[in-house]
Design a protein around this ligand. Structure first.
Ligand SMILES: Nc1ncnc2c1ncn2[C@@H]1O[C@H](COP(=O)(O)OP(=O)(O)O)[C@@H](O)[C@H]1O
Ligand SMILES: O=P(O)(O)OC[C@H]1O[C@@](CO)(OP(=O)(O)O)[C@@H](O)[C@@H]1O
Length: 397
């Protein structure tokens, strides 16, 4: 089968280890490392209301920082009614959690987020937490559809390729709007765990996010404190990536687009991302922790977890936990549940995923021979070598 040609072993299956020659990256801690057309009818009702109410500010290229006197962020009266809730406080504010995802497209960020939510919901220690994913791609599609009132043009065919680095400003705008939405719902006590689902692939973006978190936490008028958790999702295995790209070609960006066009477009998108991506490192973790501690003038918490190749590769010392000097039970319990999820991801979900990948390449699932030929013609050894060169030219061999 052509699908097993890239990096598969003698038994026709996946060989890529994080340090193998066909890995797209190597895992060292310094520079280390480790996913149109949308019918308006598919817009989430709540999201379109949020968009309509804040249309002018959301579409302005100058997206404001979190400002407490903005009507969008007016403080709310604390109304902490969750069953079994054991709120603990930081600086007199109720703790809530923000999970910042980092990872190239099609590494599994959205899928792993839904698995994490499942896990938090199933654990008695965390089942009262209201979790929500804030996906920048979804917000982009909603705003694009709402703005242009017609099907979203593919990045490839559009005169303006959103994912080309020269259009980074637009991408940043969507990300900032998504972040504002997360803050807004946290501040309104509509959510306890906000997952910021974007690639967050540059140091500049991450710096911006943590500046915003600090502004949120130091805002005297807000009743809540965000405990930041960084979750980096990495995938080096070529077969995994190929399978994920195949599945990405069915997402909302490509609803009415032919398979080949979708695969080519997504492959192009990936190249743009690989040319700019900087993995999150321990150095960056320490810098951010220093920044937050200085800014908030307290010994703040910061956590960093990794899922590599669906949990099959141990993150070793990459994971980092920085508990505040006085840390309440709620933070400890929640982090413990997340840590447990990370440590057992392969058993809980990863192996099942790997079986699905294996099945896909053995039988090509329900896909036709044409699908296989098309996928191989785009996502092949040369494509992966190009990605490798791009990431190397970006300083991350
Ligand atoms: N851990 C996983 N478990 C199950 N399926 C996965 C996993 N990771 C990736 N996939 C598959 O790959 C596709 C792309 O993953 P996705 O979560 O959308 O990536 P990202 O959010 O990083 O762009 C998914 O639709 C799913 O089919
Ligand atoms: O702004 P960044 O961090 O690149 O992340 C958002 C982008 O990530 C993507 C990458 O493909 O997410 P998703 O696959 O979840 O839809 C784009 O759709 C989205 O516009």
């Amino acid at each position: 089968m052509g699908g097993s040609s890239d990096s598969d072993s003698h038994d026709g299956y996946l060989t890529s280890e994080y340090n193998s020659s066909n890995s797209l990256f190597s895992l060292n801690t310094g520079n280390s490392y480790s996913s149109a057309s949308l019918d308006r009818a598919t817009l989430d009702c709540q999201d379109s209301v949020f968009f309509d109410n804040h249309k002018s500010s959301l579409l302005s290229t100058e997206v404001p920082r979190f400002i407490s006197n903005d009507p969008l962020h007016l403080p709310i009266t604390l109304n902490y009614k969750r069953d079994n809730a054991d709120p603990t406080y930081t600086n007199g504010k109720v703790n809530k959690f923000m999970i910042v995802l980092i990872g190239l497209p099609a590494t599994g960020k959205s899928t792993i987020s839904s698995h994490l939510i499942q896990c938090l919901k199933n654990n008695p220690l965390t089942n009262s937490l209201r979790c929500k994913v804030f996906n920048a791609g979804k917000i982009r599609r909603q705003i694009s559809c709402a703005t242009i009132s017609k099907p979203l043009l593919l990045s490839n065919t559009s005169s303006e390729d959103l994912f080309n680095p020269k259009n980074n400003d637009k991408k940043e705008t969507y990300a900032r709007i998504t972040l504002q939405k997360l803050f807004h719902e946290i501040n309104n006590d509509e959510c306890d765990v906000g997952i910021f689902d974007a690639t967050n692939s540059t140091i500049e973006r991450r710096r911006f996010i943590f500046e915003e978190v600090c502004s949120f936490n130091t805002d005297e008028l807000s009743s809540f404190n965000l405990v930041p958790i960084i979750l980096q999702v990495s995938c080096f295995n070529r077969s995994f990536i190929k399978y994920n790209i195949h599945n990405k070609s069915f997402n909302e960006d490509y609803l009415d687009k032919p398979y080949e066009l979708a695969i080519k477009d997504f492959a192009k998108r990936l190249k743009h991302y690989y040319s700019q991506f900087t993995p999150f490192s321990l150095d960056e973790f320490n810098q951010i922790h220093r920044y937050i501690s200085q800014h908030e003038e307290i010994d703040t918490s910061l956590f960093f977890f990794n899922v590599i190749n669906a949990g099959v590769v141990e993150p070793h010392s990459l994971n980092q936990s920085h508990y505040p000097s006085t840390c309440g039970k709620q933070i400890r319990d929640t982090i413990m549940v997340i840590e447990n999820f990370i440590n057992h991801y392969s058993q809980m979900f990863g192996f099942e995923y790997i079986e699905a990948v294996k099945l896909f390449f053995e039988s090509f699932g329900n896909s036709s021979e044409e699908t296989l030929t098309t996928l191989d013609s785009v996502v092949n050894d040369k494509f992966f070598d190009d990605l490798q060169s791009l990431i190397e030219s970006n300083g991350f061999a």
